[in-house]
Design a protein around this ligand. Sequence first.
Ligand code: ADP
Ligand code: MG
Length: 596
Amino acid sequence: MRSLGKIIQLSDDLANKIAAGEVVERPASVVKELVENSIDAGSKNIEIYLEDAGLRLIRVVDDGEGMSKEDAILSIERHATSKIASVHDLFRINSLGFRGEALPSIASISEFKLTTCDGNDHGFTLDIVGGIIKNKSTSPSRKGTEIKVSNLFFNTPARLKYVKTIQTELGTIIDYLNKTALTNPNISFKVYHNDKKIFFTLGNNSVEQVLVSLYGLETAKNAIKIYNSNHDFSINGFIVKPEISRASRNYITISVNKRIIKNISIQRAIIDGYDTLLTTGRYPIAFLNIDVDPYLVDVNVHPTKMEVRLSKEESLIELIKASIKEHLLSTNLIPEINNRPKVESVKIQEKFDFTTSTIPENNNNKTGLNINENEENTDTLDNEVLEIRENIDELKTINVHRKLLPELYIVGQVHGTYIVAQNDEGMFLIDQHAAQERVLYESFLSKINENQFDLQQLLIPYTFDVNQSEKIIIDQYYNLLEQIGIILEPFGEKSYIIRSHPTWFPNGTEQKVIEDIIYQLIINKTVNLKTITKEAIIMMSCKAAIKANRFLNTDELNSLIKSLRETQSPFTCPHGRPIIIKFTINEIEKMFKRIT
Ligand code: ADP
Ligand code: MG
């Protein structure tokens, strides 16, 4: 018997439609592929016109190098690319594209019109419907390329079903274009949707200008330039001060050698860099470009090239975290410029929240932010001078602690909760509990760093009960608990005995802290030593902090403010809530209509 061959070669058309399934998930994928091609073509100006979130129309017009007639015809063939020629090139990719799949894929599932001219000849136009060439013609000679994609997915209705609402699709497109504009400040982008302008950037190589166009002046003003490098990586970009934050991670833009990527660990590193300055559920606005030898990057991991594989990722993560932390700690968290040399300027979060009806609403501060750029803070200056003198008098090594809060004079306490203080600049309200939390948090943190491994042996061990599945998890992570200093011993079928714990666990709350740590381990099934320690410290600080309605005498108040001034980050509690709010004299006078 002769067996009939079952294997056939797919037709180009079918192969393109299959590839389209991978490359073109949604309208945003088309925008991405077309814009990337325009960038690769060296364009200085790219215009993007969308109708109905790209489903009706996506038109991308660029002024790049264009294509000859022959290249234009080739460009819509599968695996036709001008960007790599050999396997060797695959390991040194400098362009955004290289797979030669996008144009044929898109052309197979839309009505596609390509007009291009390389400046040497007439322009050339190609009309394709559902992958079939319908018309070839000459067109005017404008150097550059225009691609019009209409009625996307018209012949793949199944794909159309997966497209979300117009609003969601448009959001995804704009998100991508925002990130692209940030990554390419040297290119001017003009984006329109249903004839309305979405954003324009100037292409004058200023990331600040792009930030203004995308996120507005306020955000741009609060952006801190960041750059750093280690042996393998160099990073540069902007991080926006934590007082302006977002409810989504989408405002974090990461690019590697100017390719926008998604990478959870890098994103995490950026968020971690803000440490306790952000409240839970809030995320920063940040933009980071990572420059690295293309040899260390594998971009050929994912069809849309959004994910890349990086060698030595660990060292990059550390670099990012440390740089962001350092930049934030050495920056004014509210803009108050101190022009005197060598003295760090002072910052206090000035937030006004007039929510009660008895207090007149302050319309000038609807945004909740007051920026006062040119005030000097002489108190701090005097303070530091004094401190330096003291140190010299003691003939000790000069180790001046940089104080971020100005000298404050206590007026009193309100409702056993808020401390009222004043100085030349105005009045300050301090959340007593939040302040105490911050002080304790930093002191626990430094204690841990000093004696992380000092263990307290328990004479009378605690026992605690678990169920079978919890026991499995605990046994699995026994070593990690031991690394934190919690030594357990099984006791019968369903219990453990705690033999020791680190000495830094605060008196009286040890058992609770241990139980919470184990509970976290059980829920998360993984254990991140740093996070667990940090969370335990936050929890401990909160527990140990004076409760909000306790009365403090003047000495206690003064000592709390003194300790707060010693902290590295006196503006927010470890959960990211504000500790101190400033009412400038100006603001108070405005409220009482003494001035207008
Ligand atoms: P890739 O970008 O992976 O090479 P594409 O299918 O996206 O594959 O594009 C195929 C080729 O068409 C590119 O390699 C490039 O030579 C050419 N091309 C596409 N778009 C443009 C453009 N806007 N300007 C100039 N050339 C382009
Ligand atoms: Mg491409």
